[in-house]
Design a protein around this ligand. Structure first.
Ligand SMILES: Nc1ncnc2c1ncn2[C@@H]1O[C@H](COP(=O)(O)OP(=O)(O)OP(=O)(O)O)[C@@H](O)[C@H]1O
Ligand SMILES: O=c1ccn([C@@H]2O[C@H](COP(=O)(O)O)[C@@H](O)[C@H]2O)c(=O)[nH]1
Length: 239
């Protein structure tokens, strides 16, 4: 069967928490290798892939702030966590022969290239998987908003949110076993119903720029390729 991608250029928002696999913290090597293979298979289908990686496996700013770290400083630590994840994934991709580049919104030129739209587009057309680290580069935001922002500025066809749950539910399914899953809803409905799988700023940016969002679980091998070819379980957020 020939697999046809639903989209030609995407932002994959890769959950930081998913990168720890069954470990309690940090990076799980098998999990990273599995996701790298999935991203490579997706790129081999001809899809241009920009990955915005989260940092929840290491640090979230709000948790730091709860422990008394000033919020902006805590968010800086969170952004650095995303750079660690991006560097790890870049290495895993290169190891299996998939060209990849980290571009960071927080400049650290001895480790990776600073993010610019021009550089990102130049890598994408050469079929390199780009790892967009540092979120938006500003505190008080999340990598979901970073993913939406990059999808807008890089003219992506969709945001693929690769996360820990297999779609968007009426409430957080980890806390509410009676929550029901949506197959499809609009950005406006997601915002109005306060569905916290993504933050409102991310939903609003995608709504205002007509960018669909696909939410799916990344916990099975091949999940990204499956979601991109319209297989498997996912929720589609559409204009
Ligand atoms: N209505 C909802 N439907 C689905 N999931 C929801 C909902 N409300 C809250 N969630 C929670 O949102 C989580 C996904 O978002 P979250 O930002 O926490 O993590 P992530 O995007 O996977 O990235 P990271 O781990 O890097 O922070 C899910 O694991 C789920 O528990
Ligand atoms: O634009 C951004 C993106 C992220 N942060 C900080 O990083 C952590 C980790 O990102 P997640 O989206 O939670 O995975 C986040 O909690 C923020 O503290 C940021 O400041 N700005």
């Amino acid at each position: 069967m020939t697999l046809r991608p639903l989209f030609n250029r995407v932002v994959v928002k890769l959950s930081g928490e998913a990168l720890m696999g069954s470990d309690p913290f940090g990076l799980n090597a098998d999990t990273i290798q599995r996701m790298a293979a999935d991203l490579k298979a997706t790129a081999e289908l001809g899809v241009q892939v920009a990955v915005v990686v989260g940092g929840g496996n290491f640090f979230r700013g709000l948790q730091g702030a709860d422990k008394g770290i000033e919020r902006a400083r805590a968010d800086s630590i969170g952004m650095l966590a995303t750079v660690m994840n991006a560097l790890a994934m870049e290495g895993a991709l290169e190891q299996i022969g998939q060209p990849a580049r980290v571009l960071s919104a927080v400049a650290m030129p001895s480790l990776c290239q600073p993010y610019s739209r021009q550089a990102a587009l130049a890598h994408l057309v050469k079929n390199r998987v780009i790892m967009l680290a540092g979120g938006t580069g500003n505190p008080f935001f999340t990598t979901d908003t970073g993913a939406a922002l990059r999808a807008c500025e890089l003219s992506c066809d969709a945001v693929m949110k690769a996360t820990q749950v297999d779609g968007i539910y009426t409430a957080d399914p980890k806390k509410n076993p009676d929550a029901r899953r949506y197959d499809r809803l609009t950005h406006g409905e997601a915002i109005a119903r306060n569905l916290q799988v993504m933050d409102t700023a991310a939903f609003a940016l995608c709504r205002d720029n007509g960018i669909p969002i696909v939410v799916f679980s990344v916990n099975e091998p091949g999940a990204i390729l499956e979601a991109l070819t319209g297989q498997g379980r996912a929720t589609f957020v559409v204009p």
